[in-house]
Write a protein that binds this ligand. Structure first.
Ligand SMILES: NC(=O)c1ccc[n+]([C@@H]2O[C@H](COP(=O)([O-])OP(=O)(O)OC[C@H]3O[C@@H](n4cnc5c(N)ncnc54)[C@H](O)[C@@H]3O)[C@@H](O)[C@H]2O)c1
Length: 342
């Protein structure tokens, strides 16, 4: 069996390439290293795929997902895991056209290629919780210790897939991803493609090439290691995120590929157990690295969530053999070890 991983050099792509290869699949990776162009050289992902290819037999192509030549790769694949993206919501405000071209047009282009050449194969798409725009911010929260918690107790396990998506700000990234997300659904309903839509919040791990505008967890750890001052944007650091290791996400995408449920969408994150506020993360990072962090507060970012925990019950129900395996402390240790080795 053969899988095509788009964005194979990125954080999620790296873990997908490794997992499918370990599971005995042949892996084709496509990446044109756009991440370095979008965020600068600190964010380069070429080194990830070079490292992966030293350990695993991966067929890699330096290719744009919008290149017609990708059809030849699709024709010989039995599944597609689409992770390539412009992944940052603050960066999308500065480059809305590029953001649209990669996320919305790029995804539609791939769907069309699959429809024309291999419509029977599973297609797992990495969407985002930013499709819900600012919707979480319309709920009420109170401070509990060093984090926010919702006043509504029914939200304890987080937001499910029924959160509204319109009449509020999203940033261009949220909008381009909504388009791609809905196209993936539409191509299942209309054309019968086996698409699956996975809406994540904060994915991280040792392969993340962090910058201030994307991958906050390793960016915070970097600041701890260099001793530089960190800026926490908005909400006094009480904002809550649920962190999932990219290796745990890759396992779910693998389960989907083995047993696709066409057109389904899933909120995916570290859930309640792996939830943490930014202030709490400072404490955890100090514990893991043994370094005291310096930080200050900056302005709130547009459409930035006050509180987000993913309710992952639907994914657990549909894929009962899958769950979050990597706990919060291990996630930060993995990041710390990867950055210490770099
Ligand atoms: N990291 C997160 O916290 C997070 C959260 C929610 C959703 N997501 C989504 O998950 C997916 C993977 O995210 P990630 O963190 O691995 O991102 P990443 O930036 O680490 O990896 C994406 C890879 O895609 C490549 N790429 C970009 N445009 C391309 C193009 N046109 N053609 C070929 N390759 C291209 C980049 O060079 C990069 O290597 C994305 O769709 C992202 O929006 C990520």
């Amino acid at each position: 069996m053969k899988v095509l991983v788009t964005g194979g050099a990125g954080l999620v792509g790296t873990e997908c390439c490794k997992l499918f290869a370990k599971e005995g699949w042949d892996v084709i990776s496509v990446d044109n290293y756009t991440r370095a162009k979008i965020f600068g050289k600190d964010a380069e992902t070429r080194s990830n795929i070079e490292k992966t290819r030293k350990e695993y037999n991966i067929e890699h192509h330096e290719m744009d997902i919008r290149d017609e030549k990708i059809a030849e790769l699709i024709k010989k694949s039995d599944a597609i895991v689409h992770t390539a993206a412009q992944p940052s919501h603050p960066r999308s405000i500065e480059i809305p056209m590029e953001d649209f071209q990669i996320n919305a047009y790029g995804t539609l282009f791939l769907l069309e290629m699959v429809r024309k050449h291999k419509k029977e194969i599973p297609f797992a798409f990495c969407s985002t919780n930013k499709v819900y725009g600012e919707a979480p911010n319309y709920f009420s929260y109170k401070k509990v210790g060093r984090r926010f918690e919702p006043l509504d107790p029914t939200l304890f396990d987080g937001f499910d897939e029924n959160l509204r998506i319109n009449h509020m700000m999203h940033t261009p990234f949220g909008v381009s991803k909504v388009a791609a997300d809905l196209y993936c659904q539409e191509y299942a309903y209309l054309y019968g493609l086996k698409t699956g839509i996975f809406r994540m919040g904060c994915i991280t791990g040792g392969a993340a090439k962090a910058v201030e505008m994307h991958n906050w967890e390793p960016f915070f750890v970097k600041k701890a290691l260099t001793g530089e001052e960190l800026t926490i944007f908005g909400h006094g650091g009480y904002q809550v995120r649920d962190v999932i290791h990219a290796a745990d996400l890759a396992k779910l995408l693998f389960e989907f590929v083995k047993a696709p449920r066409p057109g389904e969408s899933y909120n995916i994150g570290g859930a309640r157990k792996n939830s943490i506020s930014l202030l709490e993360s400072i404490q955890l990072i100090e514990e893991v690295t043994g370094k005291k962090m310096k930080y200050k507060f900056g302005p709130e970012r547009e459409a930035d969530h006050i509180w987000w925990i993913s309710n992952i019950n639907k994914a657990r129900l549909h894929y009962p053999q899958w769950d979050i395996r990597i706990g919060l402390k291990q996630v930060f240790k993995d990041i710390y070890e990867a950055l210490s080795r770099a």
